[in-house]
Design a protein around this ligand. Structure first.
Ligand code: ZN
Length: 100
């Protein structure tokens, strides 16, 4: 996924994401999320966009390499397309390895 060109995060997006991650995280479907104005934001998604200064599209998924969806350390996160992510989990299910 790194090879593909990604959109840059705008200054406004950056400011907005930074304000969101100051909120108290909640747990939903195994993920750490923030809720603002009834909209949920996954912590993993916000953190990777801020760190890499990129804007993810809807078809770009943040995968948790070790299967722990609460483990949002950058070293545990990987950006994949929906297709890449699905095939990864399909293969993983066969091998009963990756869950996140
Ligand atoms: Zn995944």
């Amino acid at each position: 996924m790194e090879r593909r060109k990604m959109k840059r995060l705008t200054l406004d997006d950056r400011k907005f994401f930074k304000s969101i991650i100051k909120l108290k995280p909640q747990k939903k479907n195994g993920y750490a999320i923030f809720v603002k104005d009834k909209i949920s934001y996954k912590r993993s998604r916000l953190l990777i966009q801020l760190a890499k200064r990129i804007k993810l599209d809807k078809n770009e998924i943040v995968h948790h390499k070790n299967g722990d969806k609460m483990d949002d350390r950058l070293c545990n996160l990987e950006i994949l397309t929906i297709e890449e992510h699905l095939s990864l989990h399909r293969n993983a299910r066969k091998n009963k390895e990756i869950k996140g």
